[in-house]
Design a protein around this ligand. Structure first.
Ligand code: 5AD
Ligand code: SF4
Length: 468
């Protein structure tokens, strides 16, 4: 049965619900009360972290974060356009301000929908004042200054930049895992994907500021960091040190106080043996690789412009499976890409059996503007895409159940990141990123590393007992 967990984020981050009045009941000065913002995030981890950085820029300018759009003077939506459904969400959010504008709120659209739709957003929702894609976030302070000066239509839509989005402060929302972008944008050209268009060309950050940020995170108490990039392992240090991705992983894991290092998302083409060797030799590098295959059919992979074959992918997987310690592997899969035949789909199912993934995110193909695949005929009916998705998910569910059941009796270290409303019940993550729920009579285990022995397993999580 699903258990409910809550993390006291408000308490842990020092964030408090909005108070219209000060504790003494005295009204706050109008200007200060006016400088409030609300930000809602859709989409991937990159977006989640971008929102943390945007919040940092705003806090630095004297804004205060609030928990509802109603309480905010500046309402921001950081959007995702990876699939049509995700992109539509923001327009339903924007719809609620239709009755306005009463002039008291500034509404902004950030992220991938902003980049994709550009100034058309002003036509669809004239009450929006700011439209800014992620490749232009370094300009945010100027754009905010224009808004504060009363400008009603402000845009940041360039993607022709060499720079990455560096902030003086970042307001981190996850008290246990610190996200850190090391590479932005994408130079691959997967036929289905909007990311190269919405996030612009690939830009790696220099290793020195990355390592400095990791040291600062360790200083404020973070022991787990997750390095982010659309193709994180395509990282190349642009500074004279010229660290490879694997060398950067090693350097990050050597920062005193850092106990766990994760990274996502890896592209199979740039996934080399040195990454596996680094994980094998350094316990702090987590034993988990997210390595999306997208399809098990070489024919479809070619149409997708993924730059590898089924066999190439399986070779990479064999390299990972040959590591001295077990490394958990997860994947993304798209079903119903234009031209996918029953045989192609069968190839994807057989790849699932061979790959034995520990987790899979699977999606129906969704045609996106500004992608090469948009001009391909998309004859596979929605119902057939849905059927293939259900078949794939059921097959994977059985694989995951079996893999998780094989862990019963083993003991894992977990970082405790959740507390159940039920007494003595906790949740944590193993190095392989599995959720492990367990009981322990100890008070306040949040943020601690503890050893837990697995007693039961389901497809998506494990249940165990703390071992002392
Ligand atoms: N349709 C369906 N899924 C997509 N993804 C990316 N673009 C599309 C699309 N147009 C999936 C891929 C990617 C994940 C983040 O989203 O599997 O790895
Ligand atoms: Fe969505 Fe891709 Fe943008 Fe992330 S980068 S928010 S997954 S479209």
């Amino acid at each position: 049965m699903a258990q409910e967990f809550h993390v006291g984020l408000d308490v842990l981050t020092g964030e408090r619900p909005l108070m219209a009045h000060s504790p003494a009941g005295v009204q706050q000065p109008a200007r200060e009360a006016g400088r409030t913002f609300y930000i809602e995030t859709f989409g991937c981890q990159m977006n989640v972290h971008d929102s943390e950085k945007v919040a940092g820029v705003l806090l630095r300018r004297g804004y205060r974060q609030v928990n509802t759009p109603d309480a905010a003077a500046l309402v921001l939506y950081n959007t995702c356009s990876i699939r049509e459904k995700a992109a539509q969400k923001v327009f339903s959010r924007l719809g609620q301000f239709k009755a306005g504008p009463d002039g008291s709120k500034v509404i902004g659209v950030l992220g991938c929908v902003a980049q994709q739709e550009g100034e058309q957003i002003f036509e669809r929702a004239p009450w929006v004042s700011l439209v800014c894609g992620s490749a232009s976030y370094r300009k945010l302070p100027e754009l905010l200054a224009e808004l504060e000066a009363g400008n009603r239509r402000v845009t940041g839509l360039d993607t022709d930049t060499e720079e990455t989005f560096e902030t003086e402060i970042t307001r981190r929302d996850n008290p246990f895992r610190a996200y850190l972008t090391i590479i932005e944008g994408c130079d691959k050209a997967c036929a289905y994907c909007v990311v190269p268009f919405t996030r612009g060309p690939e830009r790696s950050r220099s290793s020195a500021p990355v390592l400095e940020e990791v040291r600062q995170l360790a200083d404020v108490g973070y022991s787990e960091v997750q390095l982010l990039g659309q193709t994180v392992n395509s990282y190349r240090d642009p500074s004279p040190r010229r660290l490879s991705f694997a060398e950067l992983l090693v350097a990050v894991s050597e920062v005193p106080g850092i106990h766990r290092v994760r990274f996502t998302t890896s592209h199979p083409r740039d996934f080399h043996r040195d990454i596996v060797e680094a994980i094998d030799s350094i316990p702090a590098l987590c034993d988990h690789v997210h390595l999306p295959v997208q399809s098990g059919s070489t024919r479809i992979l070619r149409a997708m412009q993924r730059t590898y074959t089924r066999e190439d992918y399986l070779e990479k997987l064999a390299m990972i499976r040959a590591a001295r310690r077990p490394i958990s592997v997860t994947s993304d899969i798209i079903v119903g890409f234009p031209g996918e035949t029953d045989q192609d789909f069968a190839d994807t199912l057989s790849l699932l059996d061979l790959a034995q993934y520990d987790g899979v995110f699977s999606f129906k193909y969704s045609p996106r503007p500004n992608t090469p695949a948009i001009s391909m005929a998309d004859p596979i009916p929605e119902e057939e895409k849905g059927r293939r998705l259900a078949v794939l998910q059921e097959r994977q569910r059985r694989i995951q159940t079996a893999r998780n059941e094989a862990l019963v009796g083993q003991t894992f270290e977990v970082l405790v990141d959740g507390q159940s409303r039920k007494e003595n019940q906790w949740a944590g993550r193993t190095s392989s990123n599995r959720v492990l729920n367990f009981s322990s009579p100890h008070e306040n285990l949040l943020g601690h590393y503890v050893q837990v022995k697995v007693a039961r397993a389901g497809p998506n999580s494990l249940v165990g007992e703390r071992v002392m």
